[in-house]
Ligand binder design. Structure first.
Ligand code: MRU
Length: 353
């Protein structure tokens, strides 16, 4: 396995193509996939070669550019019509992470606002995709710093629990929830991170733990059914997770299993934090009831690798996300600061899609 540097960037624009770390192969293989075409980007998002809300947004932004590049039309209006079709294709990849829709709308806005030739529009789309990527990295670093202020002051060295992967792999780099963990580690406020393995796809054990090991952050993997036991035993000072979509009232969609973790944290009076950029907040949705929940293929449950682990004849239900009600969340940590969910509306709103 070729070992990367400790800085992890899941999406890179390099020599006219997009390079993606293949997250389906980690942690056993570090491989990079080159994407030249919009269809291939759509497939990479669907199959979770690239995953995690902000990373999906960055990938979709580049996907829009790749799609634009494939359009041969020189007439501006026809070009814009065809670009809408590209957007529609990318929108159909994953329904829950709102950053996907947000990034696509940013690219479309650039296209409509750029005067000039079709070639000039295409160039401005690439520029916007790159800005989205750079800004997401800066945003994650700010989330890390604000999160550090929001964490409990005692004990000096905290044991944190996270779920799924809200790390560098899930963003342009650095991470949201894992960004806060990184900042805590840098400031010597972290004793240990507990990573819940996150059935069915195991993003916690495969990806979060991998990122921690790359950087020497002390990490302990637990299976999901061990969390309540650890919280009851006083092993955890705070829980911190990422988000795929946050409604205006602070209800938060994140990886399936997040809700039960929040309930357990409440039962043991352990603070439960959500870390996410403002591009993850969907102010158009009043509550989490309106958030569309992706359902994925049952093979994610009945198979581990190539091995079938369930009897033929059983049925499966595989929602990829659940919604944690705002009242279970102590604070939502964004690039503008950490606020209790009911004060989310006070933060500067990112241009909506
Ligand atoms: O299905 P995934 O792996 O894309 O789900 C990812 C999550 O649920 C993350 O916690 C979320 O996207 C936040 S990433 C910063």
């Amino acid at each position: 396995m070729t070992s990367p540097s400790t800085q992890v960037y899941p999406v890179i624009w390099h020599e006219d193509k997009v390079l993606l770390i293949d997250q389906t192969k980690l942690p056993t293989k570090y491989t990079v996939v080159a994407i030249n075409r919009c269809d291939d980007m759509a497939q990479a998002i669907k199959t979770m070669i690239v995953r995690g809300a902000p990373a999906i947004g960055v990938a979709a932004a580049y996907g829009m550019y790749l799609g634009a590049r494939e359009i041969k039309e020189k007439n501006r209006d026809v070009f814009l019509n065809q670009l809408e079709e590209v957007a529609q294709k990318l929108r159909q990849t994953r329904p829950t992470a709102v950053n996907l829709f947000w990034a696509i709308s940013q690219i479309l806005k650039t296209a409509y606002e750029t005067m000039g030739t079709v070639e000039e529009i295409k160039a401005s789309l690439l520029e916007t995709a790159q800005i989205i990527q750079i800004e997401d990295l800066q945003t994650c670093r700010s989330i890390g710093d604000h999160g550090l202020e929001a964490l409990p002051k005692e004990p000096e060295q905290l044991c944190l629990l996270t779920y799924c992967n809200a790390g560098a792999l899930a963003t342009a780099g650095y991470g949201t929830a894992l960004g806060v963990v990184r900042s805590a580690w840098r400031e010597q406020r972290l004793a240990r991170l507990y990573a819940s393995e996150t059935r069915p796809r195991l993003q916690g054990s495969k990806l979060t733990a991998w990122e921690c090991v790359q950087e020497g952050i002390p990490v302990t993997i637990i299976t999901d059914n061990m969390a309540a036991h650890c919280l009851k035993r006083g092993m955890i000072d705070a829980v911190i997770v990422g988000a795929d979509r946050i409604a205006a009232n602070g209800d938060t969609a994140n990886k399936i299993g997040t809700y039960s973790l929040a309930l357990v944290a409440k039962a043991h009076d352990i603070p439960f934090f959500v870390a996410a950029p403002l591009s993850t907040v969907d102010f158009k949705l009043a509550t989490g009831e309106e958030i569309p929940i992706e359902e994925r293929h049952p093979s994610e449950i009945y198979q581990v690798g190539e091995t079938v682990i369930c009897p033929p004849g059983a049925e499966f239900y595989n929602p990829a996300f659940d919604v944690t009600p705002a009242e279970l969340i102590k604070a939502i940590i964004t690039e503008q600061g950490a606020v209790p969910p009911e004060e989310l509306h006070k933060l500067q709103i990112k241009e909506s899609f």
